[in-house]
Design a protein around this ligand. Sequence first.
Ligand code: DHE
Length: 497
Amino acid sequence: MIPDKTILLVITASLLLSATLQAASETETEALYQQHCASCHGADRLGGMGPALLPENLSRLKKPEAEAAIRHGRPATQMPAFADVLDDASVTALAEYIYQPPATTPTWTRKDITDSHLLPHPAGTLPDEPTYDTDMMNLFLVVEIGDHHVTLLDGDTMEPIHRFASRYALHGGPKYSPDGRFVYFGSRDGWITKYDLYNLKVTAEVRAGINMRNIAVSADGEHVLAANYLPHTLALFDAENLELMEIIPVESGDETSRVSAVYAAPPRDSFIAALKDIPEAWEITVEDGAAEVRRMQTDTWLDDFFFDPGYDHLIGAARDGKHGHVIDLDSGDTVANLPLPGMPHLGSGITWEYEGRRVMATPHFRTGAVSIIDMDNWEVIKTLETEGPGFFMRSHENSRYAWVDVFFGPNKDKVHLIDKQSLEIVRTLQPAPGKVAAHVEFDRYGEKLLLSVWDEDGAIIVYDADTLEELKRLPMNKPSGKYNVWNKIHYEEGTSH
Ligand code: DHE
């Protein structure tokens, strides 16, 4: 018979051992996180290139889905698959770990925003004339995500003018001031950078949130609105010096929400945002320095959206990835529901005139298809089969072609050219076999265009938009988006908003 004292000792020892093992496994999981996840999701899980991995951000994602994402990666994102690197126990432990609240709840307060504010060159302190000689309306900015830089390119000679470091993980289109002098960049971890293209200098910076979706600049150039995932806010800044004007909590009743995105709607003198966790779209106007929100109830959560050229309608992608919802921005009513299976990427939609009416086209994240939609009656008039799911579409009013990539799958090195009048794919190019070819931007005249070879050992290829002859190849480090000043400030029909 074992004496009582010995039993107590055994129990105590095994409790101690289990606590030690638990602590050890927590430490191991933390180490795994730092090794595999931190470079994209942030050492403190507050986000970076990848989203913040905090319980609040993951509320719509079930744990098995999180495990699947760790194992197999996520389509349409930079999230790679870890199935070959991590065993099942490690995947489960990591999925558990990211649903645990951090030791302290992350917040991003008015004080955090104002403390982050940097103002190296206050408005009015730099010369008002360009310091170099070129057509300032035909400049391009090329975002190089490989090493977080931006290259400024002369759109006439297609020669680089300047290259500068950006904040970590810029995402989404930079937004120009209406005169094209300034550009505002947004980074995934919340930084807004204002850059003076006349003087080639950063003039102001501020961190608007922990995990930001995108920014919009008002049509009059006076305000910048940042849409956040974390915290659940929109943050309004004066565009001159990026001083904080207002934090708009994104909430309805007891619920709060991430913001899917925000865009300026120039003819309405407003911003339009859609919410990711509450089925609402918001129209935000700024009157006498204060933001006013008009809410529109929607039938579904809108992840991604687009507008008709008059900004009368919003066309949003439903969460189910199978439908597009058309919302009349005056009445707030949903006026059409389009079958768009395969997760349309409406944010990259473009429009053009076809047989006397306006059509829009969108690629799909999950299927190899481009849907072409009649914007008068909101019917899908054609579905083109592509060699795989795509990400970006681009054209220009003066070009007969619309370009769409095949971003995902084995044919990611191909791009299709759609004839905008026959609505057929008429050419398929393979500019750099084995390397992703994606995202096109035209020069202001629609005569030349730039295409990214999306690779660290990548390039920008300059094409003649008509003959499709390759004119030049400029080496670049994972070039992603390109943005032409003229096209952007004129809301050219073939470019993104
Ligand atoms: Fe983007 C634009 C959302 C993943 C590169 N992307 C946008 C915009 C939104 C968006 C809402 C419009 C913002 C704007 O211009 O104001 N992107 C999303 C996602 O929800 C998604 C699928 C998942 C995520 O990780 O957030 C996603 N995006 C990516 C990528 O993985 C890409 C390819 C690489 C990267 O940089 O992260 C990528 N997104 C881009 C680019 C634009 C963009 C280059 C601007 C396109 C343009 O022509 O304007």
